[in-house]
Ligand binder design. Structure first.
Ligand SMILES: NC(=O)c1ccc[n+]([C@@H]2O[C@H](COP(=O)([O-])OP(=O)(O)OC[C@H]3O[C@@H](n4cnc5c(N)ncnc54)[C@H](O)[C@@H]3O)[C@@H](O)[C@H]2O)c1
Length: 365
């Protein structure tokens, strides 16, 4: 008899099944939600605001670019007739600035809470990491690691605040894969912006690659434990997409390849945000390809004009972390489940004292 070595934790961490992209979602499920987006004044953020405001959400964007943010909000209000679109100046590298953004979002929210937080702000550009100058000076100058400050520390601040505000969202309950997005718009959703640079190496952008790998690590860790706070976490990993963050140099390097489209990133983000049944999943978004699914489930690239294929720009990624696990994770997730079932810290502390006492031989049953 074969001995199974698999210890699936998928159910215990409340991860939902792989996203079936052939099943439509309804953007109208966004109606009445309050959504906070960092770095919402440009690129993906601007695309999210347009789509989500048009579908009746309250959207609060925080960005350092006041001019772009203000004018985007005014235009979206005019285009959609939705006056619940707001801009707040925010520098994500500044803790107090993010606190102000979250407080303002709660104040502006018609129901006094936040349903989705999108940790979107990000920068790329020249990276000084491999160019240390003047290190022979008596006092070597401190390097400017701004890309890490924005793309990692900023995201950690946003995540920390999301874990404060989302569980306090009035009318929300613990997220779960059998919720009905048509019934209750209240949610507790954190959407992270990774990148293809979360999954693959990226030359001459070491801070960007490090930060986006870190965001992937953050996602993979949090999705195993965010059920304790009833929060769902999802991740977007776009390939190079046509927004201002893609520098001229990168565009030249990409010559002959294809840039993806903002509308496909907006589509993936809207699915995650509207459909509260999706927990702990990630989607990769790239240029549209013509593909066919083989019998073994693998996707095969086929000729662009072949009628046999289907055009897709969105793919599921990193789905299988928790289909097998080792003792450390298994025990921790087990303990977190036990914790969630107890009546709170007091019950948890009693259990731990009991377990330690039992281990030391003070308590015998
Ligand atoms: N476009 C792509 O090819 C691509 C691919 C993968 C991932 N991403 C990620 O998507 C996210 C959005 O990027 P985008 O393509 O829309 O770029 P973008 O440059 O159009 O938008 C980024 C926004 O972040 C804002 N921002 C920068 N620093 C900030 C700070 N300190 N505080 C607050 N806001 C700040 C900018 O003002 C801008 O509005 C980023 O995290 C980026 O790394 C982009």
């Amino acid at each position: 008899m074969a001995v199974s070595t698999k210890y699936p934790l998928v159910d215990k961490i409340r991860q939902s099944p792989p996203v079936d992209l052939s099943i439509p979602y309804d953007p109208a499920w966004l109606k009445g939600k309050t959504i906070l987006i960092t770095g919402g004044a440009s690129g993906f953020g601007a695309g999210f605001v347009r789509k989500w405001a048009a579908n009746g959400a309250t959207v609060v964007i925080g960005d350092i670019n006041v001019q772009k943010g203000d004018s985007l909000v005014r235009n979206v209000q005019k285009e959609t007739g939705n006056s619940s679109v707001h801009f707040v100046h925010c520098d994500v590298t500044d803790w107090q600035s993010q606190v102000n953004l979250f407080k303002e979002a709660v104040r502006l929210s018609p129901h006094g809470g936040i349903d989705t937080v999108v940790a979107n702000a990000g920068i790329a550009g020249e990276d000084p990491l491999q160019k240390p100058g003047k290190l022979d000076a008596a006092e070597p100058p401190k390097p400017d690691f701004k890309i890490i400050d924005v793309n990692l520390n900023g995201v950690l601040y946003t995540t920390h605040l999301a874990f404060f505000y989302l569980p306090r969202n009035p009318g929300s309950t613990d997220c779960n894969a059998s919720s009905d997005p048509t019934i209750n718009p209240r949610d507790r959703h954190l959407l992270l912006l990774g990148s293809i640079a979360s999954l693959a190496p990226i030359p001459i952008q070491p801070q960007y690659g490090a930060a986006k790998h870190a965001v992937l690590g953050l996602f993979r860790s949090l999705r195993s434990s965010s059920f304790v706070q009833g929060v769902r976490i999802n991740l977007l990993c776009p390939y190079f997409i046509d927004t201002p963050i893609v520098t001229t140099g990168a565009r030249i390097a990409l010559a002959g390849g294809a840039l993806g489209k903002v509308e496909d990133v907006v589509d993936a983000a809207t699915r995650f945000t509207a459909d509260s049944r999706i927990l702990g999943r990630s989607l990769v978004i790239g240029p549209k390809l013509n593909v066919r699914q083989e019998e073994n489930g693998e996707w095969a690239l086929i000729a662009k004009d072949s009628p046999e294929g289907q055009g897709t720009a969105i793919w599921e990624a990193y789905a299988e972390d928790w289909e097998d696990s080792e003792a450390f994770c298994r025990n921790l997730v087990g303990a977190l489940n036990a914790f969630q079932k107890t009546r709170g810290w007091v019950g948890w502390a009693k259990d731990i004292i009991g377990a330690v006492g039992y281990g030391l031989g003070f308590i015998r049953r």
